[in-house]
Design a protein around this ligand. Structure first.
Ligand code: RIB
Length: 299
């Protein structure tokens, strides 16, 4: 069984459905509201688990009712939570999300996630050493992201850095990742470049191997040499929240099959994930993904 360790955030998503996004100073009526589990770390852990991996999560929740609900949800997904700290003096992370026309807007309050420490990563040393891949994102302190990259690199375990939400990072850190997985906007921020620059030029300028996500256009990847395109899959979008997390999880789970196969499966898993409301609502199980791929053979 593929073993994955995820170092990242755990949030409660407060999701409002509306017909459009609200402007400054404006009030509109929404169509619905749900409270569902989210957070990039938790989402990637759940997606990897549903795709058949054995998953351990390193993170933190608050001592509030959200924390208890999030813990129970992750336990039900059979995620190893030995390295998730419950902080009784903190609130759980939240994400206030508006979904309109399949797009979303998100404000994240990290709360307990801001206290995921490098020491916690060290404590997960044994799990990381045994892992086939490690996933890390940027809703936790940057020093913890750095500790994850350094430990994975030192142990020879591939670390996939999903640089979201993006901040400029030292080139030295990017070089420690096996793959960095930004979208175009995030790549420009990472490199301190202009977002209007051609994304293929940006990819060539990056100091690390990249898998660049392009929404329904699919993904581009570059290990060495020229960027290669993997077309996306056309689907009806209910809610795109968590599609990137599903993509990253599938990339990690299937990396051992080689990059082209892993990226194709990641595009398919992400496409399947957008059919239901909530970040984790549409995340496919391995059987769903296999059936989808059999019905959509590579051309
Ligand atoms: O990537 C989607 C996630 O981003 C949401 O679940 C939300 O919690 C934010 O962290």
């Amino acid at each position: 069984m593929t073993r994955i360790v995820v170092v990242g955030s755990i949030n409660m998503d407060l999701v409002t459905q509306a017909t459009r996004f609200v402007g400054p100073g404006e009030t509109i009526l929404g169509q619905g509201f749900v409270t569902v589990a989210g957070g990039k770390g938790a989402n990637q852990a759940v997606a990897a688990g549903r795709l058949g991996a054995e998953v351990a999560l390193v993170g933190a929740i608050g001592g509030d009712v959200f924390g208890r609900q999030l813990h129970a949800g992750l336990e039900a997904e059979a995620i190893d939570l030995a390295h998730v700290h419950a902080l009784c003096d903190a609130s759980s992370g939240t994400a206030s999300i508006t979904v309109a026309g399949g797009e979303n807007q998100i404000i994240v309050v990290p709360a307990a996630n801001a206290r995921v420490t490098p020491a916690q990563v060290q404590q997960a040393h044994a799990a990381i050493r045994r892992a086939d891949a490690v996933l890390v994102q940027m809703e936790i302190p940057l020093e913890t992201v750095e500790a994850t990259l350094r430990l994975g690199h030192r142990l020879g375990v591939p670390v996939i850095l999903n640089p979201a939400p993006a901040q400029r990072l030292p080139a030295e850190w990017l070089k420690l990742a096996r793959y960095v997985t930004p979208n175009q906007h995030e790549l420009a921020i990472l490199l301190g470049a202009d977002a209007s620059d051609d994304f293929r030029d940006l990819m060539q300028r990056a100091p690390c191997p990249l898998v660049l996500t392009r929404g329904e256009e699919g993904a581009w990847y570059r290990d060495q040499g020229e960027p290669v395109h993997q077309p996306g899959f056309k689907v009806d979008v209910v809610d795109s929240t968590g599609a990137g997390d599903t993509f990253n999880a599938a990339l990690a789970v299937f990396l051992h099959e080689g990059l082209p196969a892993a990226v194709r499966k990641a595009c398919a898993a992400a496409a399947l994930s957008v059919g239901k409301l909530g970040a984790q609502g549409g995340m496919p199980r391995l059987a769903d993904l296999d059936a989808w791929l059999a019905a959509h053979p590579a051309s």
